[in-house]
Design a protein. Structure first.
Length: 571
């Protein structure tokens, strides 16, 4: 004999070679001793092979663990896991699923016939999956399709038929009391898996669960770091933008200067669109410009925005809003100052060399002067195109308006309709003296219009016709004298007898000298009217009823009524 039992075992001789060695020993040592030594050698050889296999499996697991540790993302790691499971257990098919939203979603496969297996969703309460997840322990079946120990799921069974799946082993991806999913190894013929195979696949699943969690955590950390880096870059960029915008503001720049600076930092043309004007076209990027509850409009970038342009508009909008607030505050203060100087210019007699300039007026330019009621009509005035560039002030419950416009154009374009204001118009006027004169004329015209019931219109003194006599105190004194000369006796008789003779006379004339309509308007009997007219006949004589004489009396009565109303207003 060249070799001993030890030599054969050390070189991992095959069982039949060990058996031949035992047969040879039987001729020299006897059959009984040879059979005993052969049986011991065969048993020892099997144990050595099992230990070698386990050592190889442990080495493979260690290598797998090292490889899994190199992956940074679960999506890259999962194919490696199922591929190693298939090789380690020498099976036809391996696949892995993770728990998502109360189901097991199959993520990756190795050895599958069809691509449809990946993506199958299996309820956690059914099938071999349910057994593995519920007990957090390995479960297997020699023939999945004929197994009756668990409730089958149609989607899982359809996938099993497509893959001709029979023997199936599943183990949980278990980590610190939590099941992440399950790893499966399958054969396309009946096969009863051993405890050792279940332990081996479980060990791989344990490495996989740990690696998946670490990769997921690393992915989350990397995402958080990436987001932090992006936010840091955005913050640094924002600070650079803020510094540039701040320099513009500190340098005295206003809205236009800010828009120019913003435009130099963007990829397109930047403009400010006031509220409520819409953008010119849809290919724009806009950012609301708001201060408190006040919305001024939008900061608009035309064209396709660059990645940072939206953030830039967002940062620039508050600075632009503050600039708009400042400009409007300055404009409002200037408007109030001009208004105060305008009131002083029109209502006082003193001449000040710089009064016109302080009121925002040109000493050489012609102006239309308006007095408008009520004072709440400012919005109507500011919207009127004919009054563009006007200086407006509120005084005594009315608006004083001085506009670089033609008075006739202002009158023709005056707003009409319900709620329209009433305006006395005068001009054109140049210089302080003419402006003050036109102001008094416009105010008197407004009073006459209101007295005559002609509200909601604009008129000049020349458009009052005969009623223009009411605008001057001299004209009103002449009117009072004429009234006393012609109708004084009627007024005296009225005061003595307490009978409204003047009202009766006006109603009779206003109704075309027809008794019955006049009596109806006065709410008296027609005989009472005749009695009063008889008294008028006695005082004025029969000739007052002629057309010429009646028209003169009618106009005198209307003018006197309007004059008394103006006197009462001015008093």
């Amino acid at each position: 004999m060249d070799e001993s039992w030890l030599d054969l075992l050390l070189r991992d001789a095959a069982p039949d070679e060990l058996q031949r060695h035992g047969d040879a020993l039987a001729r020299t040592r006897g059959p009984e001793a040879a059979d005993r030594e052969t049986a011991q050698a065969l048993r020892l050889a099997m144990e050595l092979r099992q230990q070698a296999q386990r050592a190889a499996e442990l080495a493979a697991l260690n290598e797998i663990a090292i490889r899994l540790a190199t992956f940074q993302a679960p999506d890259d790691m999962l194919p490696e896991i199922v591929g190693q499971a298939r090789r380690l257990l020498d099976v036809d098919l391996a696949y892995l699923g993770l728990i998502e939203d109360g189901h097991l979603r199959l993520k990756v496969t190795s050895g599958a016939f069809t691509p449809g297996l990946a993506g199958v969703v299996i309820p956690l309460s059914v099938g071999l999956t349910g057994e593995v997840i519920e007990h957090a322990a390995p479960r297997w079946t020699a023939d999945y399709r004929r197994e009756r120990r668990f409730r089958h799921d149609e989607s899982a069974d359809t996938a099993a038929r497509a893959e001709n799946m029979r023997g199936l082993l599943g183990v949980p991806l278990h980590l610190r009391g939590r099941v992440l999913g399950a790893l499966f190894a399958g054969k396309r013929q009946e096969r009863d898996f051993t405890e050792h195979e279940a332990t081996l696949l479980s060990a791989l699943a344990a490495h996989a669960a740990s690696a998946i969690e670490k990769a997921t955590a690393m992915g989350t950390l990397n995402a958080a770091n990436d987001q932090l880096a992006r936010r840091t870059e955005e913050l640094e960029q924002t600070l650079r933008w803020d510094q540039r915008l701040t320099r513009v503001v500190l340098g005295g720049g206003g809205v236009e200067e800010l828009l120019t600076e913003i435009g130099s930092m963007t990829s397109g043309e930047v403009r400010f669109v006031p509220e409520p004007e819409p953008p010119a076209h849809s290919a724009t990027t806009g950012q609301p410009v708001v201060a408190g509850e006040r919305r001024f409009g939008a900061l608009v970038l035309d064209g396709e925005p660059a990645p940072d342009d939206r953030l830039l508009l967002e940062r620039a909008a508050p600075a632009l809003a503050l600039a708009l607030v400042a400009e409007q505050a300055v404009a409002e203060a200037s408007r109030h100052t001009r208004a105060a100087h305008l009131v002083d210019l029109l209502t006082t007699a003193s001449d000040r060399p710089r009064a016109l300039r302080r009121a925002g007026l040109d000493a050489q330019a012609p102006y239309a002067v308006l007095v408008v009621a009520p004072a709440s009509a400012r919005a109507h005035v500011e919207r009127a195109s004919s009054l563009a560039g006007a200086v407006v002030a509120e005084h005594g419950g009315q608006l004083l308006v001085v506009a670089p416009a033609d008075p006739d154009t202002v009158r023709r374009e005056w707003p009409r309709g319900a709620g329209a204001p009433t305006a006395g118009v005068a001009g054109p006027a140049r210089g302080q003296e003419e402006l003050r004169r036109c102001f008094h004329e416009a105010r008197q015209t407004l009073s006459a219009l209101k007295t005559l019931g002609r509200t909601g219109e604009a008129a000049t003194a020349g458009q009052l016709g005969l009623y223009r006599i009411l605008l001057g105190h001299t004209g009103r004194r002449d009117l009072d004298q004429a009234f006393d000369d012609v109708l004084g006796p009627v007024r005296a008789e009225q005061q003595r007898g307490a009978v409204p003779l003047l009202e009766t006379l006006r109603a009779f004339l206003d109704h075309g000298r027809r008794p019955r309509p006049a009596a109806t308007a006065l709410a008296i009997h027609v005989n009472t009217l005749y009695q009063r007219l008889a008294t008028v006949d006695r005082l004025l004589g029969e000739g007052w009823r002629t057309p010429e004489r009646a028209l003169e009396l009618q106009m005198l009565l209307h003018l006197k009524t309007a004059s008394d109303a103006l006197d009462a207003t001015e008093g």
